[in-house]
Design a protein around this ligand. Structure first.
Ligand SMILES: [Zn+2]
Ligand SMILES: [Zn+2]
Length: 365
């Protein structure tokens, strides 16, 4: 039995007290004991991450994927998806097969395909050479090959066949996410009606809002069934926009993501993403061709600090970093909150929100 005392961040409140851990599970959370000023939050859950610590998820290399997950675990991420970028079908198959053992080991919760079924107009740092229309045949084969390991696919809803693909994913229990899209407001709502439940890095890689054509941003923020991913690095989103989005969607529908690339935690310099050159300068990653922002160099603890610094309260930010993404993945009966019976995944933060210790399944890492 392990006891951890501090300011325990629970849904809707911060409670000074003690958390008891028995084996891999939270046994109890109570207001007893001397709490101290450490802040205890549920382990972070990152729905969208391409790599970190110099290691990438985008090449289908299981050794690199393990190292990337390990890097983010040290920053408090106890559950994560491994995100690919737009890729040839063969690489999507190879990565799915290569990552199956990592999913079985719990190193990653599954795969996220960000593309290739995305808009060429809003492709951002996605390699335009690999973009194509949604393919029900490809998705059906990948879902079969993945045997539950494929957890999310991002699709632009205005593409031919997109709504059928969204419906197929939803029926198979795979999260259909809408993003990298030039869709109208109505086209996004059609994607939501077809079964999409996540908005991929809302605001980024999509037609900007206009008061006479609200577009994807407003459609996603205002759809009750959509969880909106937000990249809180102060670069992808102005803090005022982050705060506005979190207020518009509410903590139950806002999820912090890193969208990190392998350069996260690494020095400035030359990198590569999905077959394109990237330069990182002052922690901002940009494509050499055209200068699009190419993912982030975030970790979830840094996103957490940025969101608190933007004026969002601790329970709100903790919901956005853990509880809401857990629910988006259908894992909220296992992880995502400091509640008795859930897996003992937690992060001990100093009062200035630096990571002190990380526990995963009851074991300190
Ligand atoms: Zn993207
Ligand atoms: Zn991404």
């Amino acid at each position: 039995m392990t006891e951890i005392s501090g300011q325990i961040v629970r849904p809707g409140a911060v409670v000074p007290g003690t958390l008891e851990v028995d084996g891999p599970t939270i046994l109890s959370v109570s207001a007893k004991g001397r709490a101290g000023d450490d802040i205890i939050v549920p382990g972070f859950i990152d729905l969208h991450c391409h790599g970190g610590g110099g290691h990438t998820f985008t090449k289908g290399d299981p050794a690199q994927a393990r190292a990337a997950a390990e890097f983010h675990l040290r920053h408090g991420t106890t559950t994560m998806l491994a995100s690919l970028v737009s890729s040839p079908y063969e690489l999507m198959r190879e990565a799915t097969a290569a990552y199956l053992p990592l999913v079985a080991d719990g190193v990653i919760a599954g795969l996220h395909f960000e593309g290739p079924y995305l808009s060429a107009v809003r492709c951002g740092a996605q390699n335009p050479a690999f973009l194509r229309d949604p393919s029900v045949e490809e998705l059906t084969a990948l879902i079969k090959l993945g045997a539950g390991a494929i957890r999310m696919v991002t699709i632009a809803p205005e593409l031919p066949g997109a709504l059928e693909a969204v419906g197929l994913l939803a029926a198979a229990g795979v999260v259909a996410a809408l993003g990298h899209t030039d869709a109208t407001y109505e086209q996004v709502l059609a994607g939501v009606a077809a079964g999409a439940t996540v908005g991929t890095h809302v605001f980024n890689g999509m037609r900007p809002p206009h008061h006479r054509e609200p577009g994807p941003v407003v459609a996603l923020l205002d759809s009750p069934s959509i969880v909106c991913e937000l990249v809180a690095d102060g670069i992808h989103l102005h803090d005022g926009m982050l705060r506005f989005a979190a207020h518009a969607a509410g903590p139950d529908r806002s999820a912090l993501i890193t969208d990190a690339m392998d350069a996260a935690g690494m020095p400035d310099g030359q990198y590569e993403l999905g077959g394109q050159e990237v330069v990182v300068a002052d922690r901002v990653a940009r494509l050499v061709r055209g200068g699009s922002i190419a993912g982030s160099t975030l970790t979830m603890d840094a996103a957490f600090r940025q969101a608190v610094g933007a004026g969002l309260g601790l329970p709100t930010v903790s919901a956005m970093a853990s509880t809401t993404p857990a629910r988006a993945l259908g894992l909220d009966d296992q992880v995502g909150a400091l509640e008795a019976g859930l897996r003992a995944d937690l992060v001990v933060l100093s009062p200035d929100l630096r990571v002190k210790r990380v526990m995963r399944a009851g074991a300190w890492i």
